[in-house]
Design a protein around this ligand. Structure first.
Ligand code: SF4
Length: 202
Protein backbone atom coordinates (compact mmCIF):
# COMPACT_ATOMS: atom_id res chain seq x y z
CA UNK A 1 0.00 0.00 0.00
CA UNK A 2 1.34 3.41 -0.99
CA UNK A 3 1.88 5.74 1.88
CA UNK A 4 0.25 9.08 1.48
CA UNK A 5 2.56 12.05 0.89
CA UNK A 6 0.54 14.05 3.27
CA UNK A 7 1.37 13.65 6.90
CA UNK A 8 0.16 16.72 8.73
CA UNK A 9 -2.59 19.23 9.00
CA UNK A 10 -4.84 19.97 6.10
CA UNK A 11 -3.43 22.97 4.20
CA UNK A 12 -5.30 26.17 4.88
CA UNK A 13 -7.75 26.99 2.14
CA UNK A 14 -6.27 29.64 -0.08
CA UNK A 15 -7.48 33.02 1.10
CA UNK A 16 -9.46 35.12 -1.31
CA UNK A 17 -7.59 38.34 -1.95
CA UNK A 18 -9.21 41.75 -2.30
CA UNK A 19 -8.33 41.61 -6.00
CA UNK A 20 -10.30 38.31 -6.27
CA UNK A 21 -13.26 39.83 -4.47
CA UNK A 22 -13.26 42.87 -6.74
CA UNK A 23 -12.88 41.00 -10.01
CA UNK A 24 -16.53 40.98 -11.14
CA UNK A 25 -17.80 43.90 -9.15
CA UNK A 26 -19.49 46.84 -10.82
CA UNK A 27 -18.89 50.44 -9.77
CA UNK A 28 -21.68 50.58 -7.20
CA UNK A 29 -20.50 47.33 -5.65
CA UNK A 30 -16.94 48.69 -5.42
CA UNK A 31 -18.28 51.87 -3.80
CA UNK A 32 -20.21 49.74 -1.28
CA UNK A 33 -17.11 47.69 -0.49
CA UNK A 34 -15.09 50.86 0.09
CA UNK A 35 -17.82 52.17 2.43
CA UNK A 36 -17.33 49.11 4.64
CA UNK A 37 -13.59 48.75 4.18
CA UNK A 38 -11.29 48.34 7.17
CA UNK A 39 -8.23 47.19 5.24
CA UNK A 40 -6.02 49.90 6.64
CA UNK A 41 -5.90 52.20 9.67
CA UNK A 42 -7.36 55.13 7.70
CA UNK A 43 -10.87 53.80 8.22
CA UNK A 44 -10.60 54.60 11.93
CA UNK A 45 -11.01 58.35 11.60
CA UNK A 46 -12.97 58.72 8.40
CA UNK A 47 -16.30 60.50 8.39
CA UNK A 48 -17.02 59.42 4.83
CA UNK A 49 -14.95 57.42 2.39
CA UNK A 50 -14.30 59.12 -0.94
CA UNK A 51 -14.40 56.50 -3.67
CA UNK A 52 -14.52 59.02 -6.51
CA UNK A 53 -17.13 60.46 -8.81
CA UNK A 54 -17.90 61.01 -12.44
CA UNK A 55 -19.51 59.24 -15.38
CA UNK A 56 -18.77 55.56 -15.84
CA UNK A 57 -17.88 56.10 -19.49
CA UNK A 58 -15.45 58.98 -18.86
CA UNK A 59 -12.59 59.19 -21.36
CA UNK A 60 -10.44 61.09 -18.87
CA UNK A 61 -9.70 60.04 -15.33
CA UNK A 62 -7.82 62.01 -12.68
CA UNK A 63 -6.24 60.35 -9.68
CA UNK A 64 -5.17 62.48 -6.72
CA UNK A 65 -3.56 61.63 -3.44
CA UNK A 66 -6.24 61.30 -0.75
CA UNK A 67 -9.23 63.07 0.73
CA UNK A 68 -8.75 66.19 2.85
CA UNK A 69 -11.05 67.62 5.49
CA UNK A 70 -13.77 68.88 3.14
CA UNK A 71 -13.70 65.72 1.07
CA UNK A 72 -14.00 63.61 4.22
CA UNK A 73 -17.00 65.66 5.32
CA UNK A 74 -18.77 65.47 1.97
CA UNK A 75 -17.60 62.09 0.66
CA UNK A 76 -16.62 63.74 -2.63
CA UNK A 77 -13.20 64.27 -4.20
CA UNK A 78 -11.59 67.71 -4.67
CA UNK A 79 -14.22 69.89 -3.05
CA UNK A 80 -11.93 71.99 -0.81
CA UNK A 81 -9.48 74.74 -1.77
CA UNK A 82 -7.38 72.37 -3.93
CA UNK A 83 -10.61 71.32 -5.64
CA UNK A 84 -11.48 74.94 -6.35
CA UNK A 85 -8.06 75.40 -7.92
CA UNK A 86 -8.52 72.22 -9.92
CA UNK A 87 -11.90 73.43 -11.17
CA UNK A 88 -10.33 76.72 -12.33
CA UNK A 89 -7.54 74.91 -14.15
CA UNK A 90 -9.97 72.43 -15.74
CA UNK A 91 -12.05 75.33 -16.99
CA UNK A 92 -8.98 77.09 -18.44
CA UNK A 93 -7.98 73.84 -20.16
CA UNK A 94 -11.47 73.45 -21.63
CA UNK A 95 -12.34 70.32 -19.66
CA UNK A 96 -15.80 69.90 -18.21
CA UNK A 97 -15.48 68.40 -14.72
CA UNK A 98 -18.84 66.69 -15.13
CA UNK A 99 -17.41 64.59 -17.93
CA UNK A 100 -14.35 63.21 -16.16
CA UNK A 101 -13.96 60.65 -13.39
CA UNK A 102 -11.96 61.76 -10.33
CA UNK A 103 -10.60 59.47 -7.64
CA UNK A 104 -7.69 59.19 -5.21
CA UNK A 105 -4.97 56.71 -4.30
CA UNK A 106 -6.46 56.29 -0.82
CA UNK A 107 -10.18 56.60 -0.25
CA UNK A 108 -10.13 57.63 3.41
CA UNK A 109 -8.58 60.76 4.84
CA UNK A 110 -5.07 60.51 6.30
CA UNK A 111 -4.98 62.31 9.68
CA UNK A 112 -3.74 65.91 9.58
CA UNK A 113 -3.47 65.64 5.79
CA UNK A 114 -0.24 63.67 6.03
CA UNK A 115 0.94 61.64 3.05
CA UNK A 116 -0.57 58.16 2.95
CA UNK A 117 1.83 55.50 4.23
CA UNK A 118 3.08 52.81 1.91
CA UNK A 119 0.97 50.04 3.47
CA UNK A 120 -2.15 52.23 3.19
CA UNK A 121 -1.42 52.89 -0.48
CA UNK A 122 -0.91 49.20 -1.06
CA UNK A 123 -4.10 48.28 0.79
CA UNK A 124 -6.23 50.70 -1.23
CA UNK A 125 -4.67 50.10 -4.63
CA UNK A 126 -6.94 47.17 -5.67
CA UNK A 127 -9.95 49.48 -5.40
CA UNK A 128 -8.32 52.11 -7.60
CA UNK A 129 -7.28 49.46 -10.10
CA UNK A 130 -10.80 48.03 -10.29
CA UNK A 131 -12.28 51.52 -10.70
CA UNK A 132 -9.81 52.22 -13.53
CA UNK A 133 -10.76 48.89 -15.12
CA UNK A 134 -14.48 49.72 -14.96
CA UNK A 135 -14.14 53.29 -16.24
CA UNK A 136 -11.53 52.20 -18.80
CA UNK A 137 -10.46 55.78 -19.59
CA UNK A 138 -8.39 56.70 -22.64
CA UNK A 139 -5.97 58.64 -20.47
CA UNK A 140 -5.25 59.08 -16.76
CA UNK A 141 -3.90 62.28 -15.19
CA UNK A 142 -1.88 61.62 -12.05
CA UNK A 143 -2.16 64.61 -9.73
CA UNK A 144 1.08 64.93 -7.78
CA UNK A 145 3.93 62.86 -6.47
CA UNK A 146 1.95 60.20 -4.58
CA UNK A 147 -0.12 58.75 -7.47
CA UNK A 148 2.82 59.22 -9.86
CA UNK A 149 4.99 57.05 -7.60
CA UNK A 150 2.21 54.54 -7.08
CA UNK A 151 1.30 54.05 -10.75
CA UNK A 152 4.61 54.68 -12.49
CA UNK A 153 7.27 54.19 -9.81
CA UNK A 154 8.64 57.69 -10.53
CA UNK A 155 9.93 59.65 -7.57
CA UNK A 156 10.13 63.14 -9.02
CA UNK A 157 7.02 64.83 -10.33
CA UNK A 158 9.02 67.78 -11.70
CA UNK A 159 11.05 65.45 -13.95
CA UNK A 160 8.08 63.67 -15.51
CA UNK A 161 5.20 66.15 -15.42
CA UNK A 162 3.47 66.67 -18.72
CA UNK A 163 4.96 63.53 -20.26
CA UNK A 164 2.77 60.90 -21.82
CA UNK A 165 3.84 57.62 -20.23
CA UNK A 166 2.47 54.22 -21.18
CA UNK A 167 2.38 51.47 -18.61
CA UNK A 168 0.52 48.15 -18.69
CA UNK A 169 -1.54 49.23 -21.68
CA UNK A 170 -2.68 52.50 -20.15
CA UNK A 171 -1.65 56.07 -20.88
CA UNK A 172 -0.73 58.30 -17.94
CA UNK A 173 0.21 61.95 -17.71
CA UNK A 174 1.71 63.06 -14.39
CA UNK A 175 1.03 66.66 -13.37
CA UNK A 176 1.21 68.89 -10.32
CA UNK A 177 -1.32 68.46 -7.57
CA UNK A 178 -3.49 71.62 -7.43
CA UNK A 179 -2.49 72.10 -3.77
CA UNK A 180 1.14 72.50 -4.90
CA UNK A 181 0.28 75.55 -6.99
CA UNK A 182 0.33 77.85 -4.00
CA UNK A 183 4.11 77.49 -3.73
CA UNK A 184 4.87 78.70 -7.26
CA UNK A 185 2.62 80.72 -9.55
CA UNK A 186 4.15 79.24 -12.73
CA UNK A 187 2.87 75.80 -11.75
CA UNK A 188 -0.68 76.84 -12.50
CA UNK A 189 0.22 77.45 -16.13
CA UNK A 190 1.96 74.09 -16.22
CA UNK A 191 -1.05 72.30 -14.76
CA UNK A 192 -3.36 73.91 -17.33
CA UNK A 193 -0.92 72.94 -20.10
CA UNK A 194 -0.78 69.34 -18.85
CA UNK A 195 -4.56 69.16 -18.61
CA UNK A 196 -4.72 70.29 -22.24
CA UNK A 197 -2.30 67.49 -23.13
CA UNK A 198 -4.71 65.14 -21.40
CA UNK A 199 -7.54 66.47 -23.51
CA UNK A 200 -5.47 66.00 -26.69
CA UNK A 201 -5.37 62.25 -26.05
CA UNK A 202 -9.09 61.70 -26.47
S1 SF4 B 1 -8.06 53.98 2.63
FE1 SF4 B 1 -8.71 52.35 1.24
S2 SF4 B 1 -7.88 50.47 2.13
FE2 SF4 B 1 -7.80 52.04 3.72
S3 SF4 B 1 -9.72 51.74 4.87
FE3 SF4 B 1 -10.08 53.32 3.30
S4 SF4 B 1 -10.93 52.20 1.55
FE4 SF4 B 1 -9.96 50.69 2.91
Amino acid sequence: MKLTDFDGEEPEEEKETLEDKLKDKDLQEVVDMIANCEKCRLHENRTNPVPGEGPENAAIMLIGEGPGENEDEQGRPFVGSAGKKLDECLEKAGINREKIFISNTVKCRPPDNRDPYRDELRACHPYTERIVEIIDPKVIGLLGRVPTKRFLGKESITKVRGQKIENNGRVYIPMFHPAALRYKASREEQLVKDLRTLLDQI
